[in-house]
Write a protein that binds this ligand. Structure first.
Ligand code: ADP
Ligand code: MG
Length: 439
């Protein structure tokens, strides 16, 4: 096939992906290249490790489906990094280190009064690990950009500092890796892994509560790093002193450096964030619509982004341009249902009905796929549609602990993004749940 022909086919495939899975389309898709297309194999080149991870995690299915539709053949899709820099300045080094989301950079972070200090302290730390604020502790409600900032620091350090070793993980992952190390009798390996880094970044440390042994281990990790002048960055949903069941000695250490709060964004910041998100995804929307979204959604930036995704999805699936009217139709449904009180019972009712299982099965210890899947879907939907905590959701489903619920939410969330059938099923269940008539 001629090069031009391959490129044309690939352009069609990308267009098809945009229609199949609009939520995961990014502006940088324009930079993707085809490195191979024949014999049932499509290899796609992307610029760096972060985009590679994003594609592998979120886009494999949609690219496969699109390639099969456009070429009319069975196609396997693979993604690879193509180094564009002739000097080979980095690219292979970027293969090391934590898994980062390509959207979560400082460039893509909108600074406003609500997050100015958090942003500035992260930038300062990324310029000089261990020398400015140590530890750096960010806190604030869910969906206000804490995880985004932590990724941005790691991203920045990885760009700038040769061979910096960063461990970036969620608190749950730290706990799980610690438990696994104990089970395998390899505590020394675990300690070595965490005590020899240049920066340790742990997201959502509130999950250390009631995990005494993990807290103890973390305490020693903290001391080892701190005494060696290594950087520690933490995030949580509340300030150190307000975290229940956290040991005093940890609380006092968290306060040694800088503790900064992130607040909900002002209207102006929300407008700028919607513009930024639209730009990243290559979506064109007018000022009028941007302002409409920013007025509609107040407290949580994740929801602000969700509103934009909904509007874009409605526009691509109906083939209609994004007008204010379309935005209103797309969002009214969503906002009304969010405002309406949905209980876990509503969710369980719809899910058990769909899968033809009983509540008692969901609450039982049974772990066959026919029970586990509806149970995990209940957890995921409860997490998204209600304000219940992970513990409360676990409580309703047979007294399961928060890590089980978290695991279910991650697993189903991943499937929601990568598996079109699952996406359609979840959308249908959500529709039914939000329409359950109230007595
Ligand atoms: P948290 O960890 O505080 O719950 P996240 O970092 O996951 O929140 O942010 C939720 C979403 O909102 C992410 O997609 C993130 O990119 C976005 N976001 C949050 N704050 C900003 C900001 N100031 N500028 C741009 N995007 C933001
Ligand atoms: Mg977070």
């Amino acid at each position: 096939m001629a090069v031009q022909e391959v490129e044309d086919i690939f352009a069609d495939i990308v267009d098809c992906v945009k229609a199949l899975d609009p939520a995961n389309v990014r502006r940088w898709f324009e930079k993707l290249t085809v490195t191979h297309l024949s014999g049932g194999l499509l290899e796609i080149g992307c610029p760096d490790e972060a985009t590679l991870q994003f594609l592998r995690d979120n886009c494999k299915n949609s690219f496969t489906q699109a390639a099969q539709r456009i070429t009319g053949h069975l196609v396997t899709v693979d993604f690879n990094i193509v180094a564009r820099d002739e000097s080979g300045r980095r690219s292979d080094r970027s293969m090391l280190g934590p898994k980062l989301h390509p959207d979560y950079t400082f460039d893509n972070f909108v600074v406003g009064p609500s997050n100015r200090l958090g942003h500035a302290s992260c930038v300062a730390v990324s310029h000089s690990l261990g020398n400015t604020y140590n530890p750096l502790f960010l806190y604030g409600s869910s969906g206000l950009g804490k995880t985004h900032l932590l990724h941005a620091v790691c991203y920045e350090v990885r760009q700038k500092v040769d061979k910096a070793v960063i461990q970036f993980l969620s608190c749950e992952e730290f706990i799980n890796r610690f438990i696994r190390a104990i089970e395998k009798g390899n505590l020394a390996g675990f300690q070595n892994q965490f005590r020899t880094v240049d920066a340790l970044v742990i997201d959502d440390v509130q999950f250390f509560r009631e995990r005494e042994q993990s807290q103890e281990e973390f305490f020693h990790t903290f001391n080892a790093l701190y005494n060696n002048g290594k950087q520690i960055i933490l995030s949580a949903d509340s300030p150190p002193g307000k975290m229940p069941s956290l040991e005093d000695r940890l609380i006092s250490r968290f306060n040694w450096g800088l503790v900064t709060r992130i607040d909900p964004p002002s209207y102006e910041t929300r407008v700028a964030i919607v513009q930024k998100k639209a730009h990243i995804r290559g979506i064109n929307i007018s000022d009028e619509i941007t302002e409409y979204i920013a007025r509609k959604v107040h407290a949580n930036i994740r929801e602000l982004e969700g509103a934009l995704t909904t509007i874009y999805a409605v526009s691509t699936t109906t083939g209609k341009p994004i007008t204010l009217e379309l935005a209103q139709i797309a969002l009214e449904g969503q906002i009304e249902s969010a405002a309406r009180f949905i209980s876990i019972t509503d969710i369980i009712e719809v899910v058990t009905g769909h899968f033809d299982v009983r509540l008692a099965d969901l609450q039982s210890k049974r772990r066959s796929q026919s029970i586990t899947l509806p149970r995990q879907i209940c957890m995921y939907l409860a997490r998204n549609l209600t304000k219940h905590s992970l513990e409360e959701i676990g409580g309703h489903l047979g007294g399961r602990d928060h890590t089980t619920v978290m695991h279910a939410c991650n697993k189903i969330g991943q499937a929601d993004r990568s598996d079109t059938q699952m996406h359609a099923l979840l959308a249908e269940l959500t529709k039914q749940i939000t329409q359950v008539p109230k007595a």
